[in-house]
Design a protein. Structure first.
Length: 182
């Protein structure tokens, strides 16, 4: 006996089962195949996890505290947005903003903010760059990179001098180095 079952036409029961299995297999294969046409339209990137960003900030703060400095530390993601911001109890009022701007600057220029400030003083960079929005050409900001990939930036503000801020930022990077090697 032949019946019409869900668009499979008039097939015997055995034929309907085979047709249903083939249709299921074909749709599964189609859905699991990679979408090659979209690959050219997509970008894949690496990003810091919040836990790793926090670990870097905490290590930077601990190093500064151990040296008697009350600071703020900021970690920005690869897009320059704050991911972590820690402020010690007695850090100065501008410390949060300055730390964030140092991290953003290091990320944007893919360089230490101390090196950038030196380049401006030496005439290697245009002093007008220091007047760009959200830029701080002061020591204490470092880019976070691994395997040639730019992941973000870390900035420290509040220690008595950019060199001390940078030493704390470097301690933050050193604390996450093993997590970043890929």
């Amino acid at each position: 006996m032949r019946t019409n079952v869900r668009g499979y036409g008039f097939l015997p029961a055995q034929g309907r089962r085979v047709a249903l299995l083939l249709a299921t297999f074909a749709s599964t294969a189609f859905l699991s195949a990679p979408a090659r046409a979209d690959d050219a339209a997509m970008v894949t990137y690496k990003s810091l996890t919040p836990e790793v960003a926090l670990q870097a900030a905490q290590a930077a703060m601990k190093t500064c505290r151990d040296n008697g400095y009350q600071i703020s530390v900021a970690v920005v993601d690869r897009f320059g947005l704050p991911q972590v911001l820690l402020r010690d109890r007695f850090a100065g009022l501008p410390a949060n903003d300055t730390a964030t701007r140092k991290a953003y600057t290091a990320l944007s220029f893919r360089a230490s903010t101390a090196d950038l400030a030196k380049s401006i003083r030496d005439g290697g960079l245009d002093p007008g760059l220091a007047r760009l929005p959200n830029v701080a050409m002061l020591g204490g900001g470092l880019a976070i990179e691994s395997g040639g990939t730019l992941l973000g930036g870390i900035g420290v503000s509040g220690a008595p001098g950019g060199d001390k801020d940078e030493a704390c930022a470097k301690a933050g990077l050193d604390a996450i180095r093993d997590s970043l090697d890929f």
